[in-house]
Design a binder for this molecule. Sequence first.
Ligand SMILES: [Mg+2]
Ligand SMILES: [Zn+2]
Length: 223
Amino acid sequence: MDGLRAAFLDRDGTLNVKPPPGRYVTTPDGLALLPGAAAAVARLNQAGWVTVLVTNQRGVARGLMTEAALRAVHRRLLALLAAEGARLDALYSCVHQKESCGCRKPLPGLFLKAVADNPAIDLSRSVVIGDEETDVLAGKAAGTRAVRLAPPGTPSTADHLATNLPEAVNWLLTAGTARSPSYPGVRGDDVRLGEERNLPAGHPNVSGEPQDLCSADRLMDSS
Ligand SMILES: [Mg+2]
Ligand SMILES: [Zn+2]
């Protein structure tokens, strides 16, 4: 059986309004979803993609917020998504200082941890979606395809540029399928990219509650 497709989603600037440079979302009330973001995640859910949050949150290492505060922000994120029928299957956060770990994007550690926790994920059939080139580089290092949320013409090694998450998901679920055979650059091996199917019933690491974070970064309550 083919492995599962995962959509690795950046957080700030992809799912929610991005704080100013050097600032962090430190309280649940500080988190605001971007327009259409929840609906886009719901489309991924319905199409059978595993949805995995991968986020750098160095504000923890800098002492600007606690891990408990980050957990509270993520509970709020899940609640806002759930209110629109959307779900994240797993959340992974790097809470470390620069150059002190293997999981701060552009390094691929968060992606690799996700696969270690759910070996059914096939990175070669997966994608990262993020607003920064470090998201793209992390996905490429892990072996995924990449969609960068950036204006047309932005220099990037991404496979595709989109202006927001809804557009990125629309591209993901239509490019390379019979529904949009004219997409330029589609090759034969891309033909199943947008295939929609249901997750295998009862897969232990996919259905149900979001999985734990990095072992060092358990930022979601297990309850
Ligand atoms: Mg971002
Ligand atoms: Zn890290």
